[in-house]
Design a protein around this ligand. Sequence first.
Ligand SMILES: [Zn+2]
Length: 462
Amino acid sequence: MLNLNRREFMGSAAVLAGTALATGILSAAETPRLEIATFRCDVTPPMGHPLCGGWITPVVGVDDPLEMIGYVIRGAGAPIVVCTVDWTGVLNEAHIQWRGLLAQAAGTTPERVAIQCVHQHNALFCCPEAERTVQKQGDLPHTFLPDFLKSCQERSLTALNAALKNFRPLTHVAHGQAQVQNVASNRRMFTADGKMAWRGSATKDAALKMMPDGLIDPWLKTIAFYDGATKVAACHYYATHPMSYYGDGRVCSEFVGIARKQFDAAEPGCTHLYFTGCSGNIAAGKYNDGSKEARVQLTGKIHAGIRASMDRLEPAPITSAAWATQEILPPVRNSFMADNLEQQIANKNTPLALRIRPAMMLSWLRRCEQKIPIVLSGLHLNDVSLLHLPAESFLEYQLRAQKFASNRFVACAAYGDGGPWYIPVKEAYPEGGYEVSVAFCEEGMDPILTQGVESLLKAAPA
Ligand SMILES: [Zn+2]
């Protein structure tokens, strides 16, 4: 586009020698002339479709449809596509392939496409390679239906192609934040004698409810995009697992999705997107007893947070725009051995989850052996940075991101490429617990991801 000085450079790979590399970073040194378009499509699974990877009740009904919602920005180098999907996770090959398809349609490259999941659980969790492994067993159910994934990808391309004909100027950006009251709580609590007291997404246990929030990020952040005085899109970020209750086969975008839809209905000219932050160790457990009423209450609290955050938006003209990427090669868990995982998958005497999960572990092992990187990315607009991080990253990663750029307004979306499952910080490994038991990387992932995040922020225009 006009008046754009493009500068491309290779960042230095300071992450564990040889395990990470930086890719091209484009910066706009002069006032960019940007344009934006938004798109959305339905991704609600049909009746009978597996949910959450196939180990909970499949779809028996739909309480609330699921969507993929995205925006395309052009004018800061090749086009940028960012989307959020109301699914549990999009893993490995599925994530890479979908980004590739969207990139091709938008006329850009896959590393300039971010797909982040909201991580609802009555939703799809798709790892195509694991699905193929599972189907070879003959006696295991589907983890998801590849044809349905394909139909969603096709719908997303149709929606994106339509959006590409409807660009409008992107002139201003605004940010706001407000504290959400009584939603997020840390899952990894400890009793006075140092034992872990695990607090999941819902609990009726009085002792667990009495414990403090623990480490959380109370801030709901909003970044809004404007064409002149018109708010075109608003992206909301908050760090918590988004489940009130699940496992009943009733598809739902959950309390965060329902709140988002309330704003869509109230502001028809504006597209609202919700991104789940780094929430691997965060859920609503302290404040959620898993009842229907709790879902309504949690929806109200997120709605209030979004409202208060949006009340603080002050649009400013966009003077700089850049997209930064960092490829990382995570270190696979040492305990993952192909032979052993194959035995677990084939063991007909163990529960479903203990056969399907090893199939996902095997896919991750193979991917790491093939050195297929995970792409971290960041969109920098003025003093705002929107980061796109993988899988179930622990909250600490987003707190670190904010510290690395204390002069910037940093919002983190996790649940991008879901391949690694949980990504604890290294201090969590000796503590053990559920998240560590299903972390697909060694603790060396911590410095790699941390330095990757730092490099994205260092790439922000001064
Ligand atoms: Zn999770």
